[in-house]
Design a protein around this ligand. Structure first.
Ligand code: T46
Length: 142
């Protein structure tokens, strides 16, 4: 389990979890409580059947998000422009903050992987920086 985050603009979010064995688990996230913002949007990513799939390769200018792996596993790579961190996402109760100015990529998805993301804003194409050199320039100026 991930214990420390060493990149900037990230963090660990723990969801409340009820183990109702053998009748399942119940896992809870609450806006402005364990989720540190008001949720305006969520999306999920599934059908990750391509073993060579690569996603992400961008940073956000302002949007705050928390990313969860609610089934299966994948590798999340974070880069704040100075430090980098690889996190193997396997625990559905642990989310990782994807704050602004944090380059992130996702790969090595298990076939059954399902990713859930909650965000503090609606989708805005203009909030994305999809070029790594532009990202490095952006973090120097802001
Ligand atoms: C992120 C990581 C973790 C929309 O139209 N609305 C939306 O809310 C989202 C999230 C995406 N889109 C469109 C934009 C693209 O044409 O869906 C298409 C695929 O999105 P993208 O290539 O950005 O997917 P990922 O997996 O690389 O990134 C996504 C999120 O876009 C991004 O904000 O932080 O997941």
């Amino acid at each position: 389990m991930i214990k420390n985050i060493k990149v900037k603009n990230s963090g660990i979010v723990k969801l409340q979890f009820f183990d109702d064995f053998p009748d399942g688990n119940l896992v809870i996230g609450e806006s402005e409580r364990n989720i540190p913002f008001k949720i305006k949007r969520f999306y999920f990513i599934d059908y990750l059947f391509n073993p060579k799939a690569n996603r992400g390769f961008h940073a956000h200018k302002k949007t705050e998000q928390i990313i969860f792996c609610i089934n299966g596993s994948f590798e999340l790579n974070l880069d704040d422009g100075h430090d980098k961190q690889k996190i193997v996402m396997t625990d559905p109760h642990i989310g990782i903050r994807l704050g602004p100015k944090l380059w992130h990529t996702m790969k090595k998805f298990s076939r059954d992987c399902v990713i859930l993301v909650v965000a503090n804003d609606f989708y805005k194409k203009s909030d994305y920086i999809r070029d790594y050199q532009e990202f490095l320039r952006y973090i120097k100026t802001k």
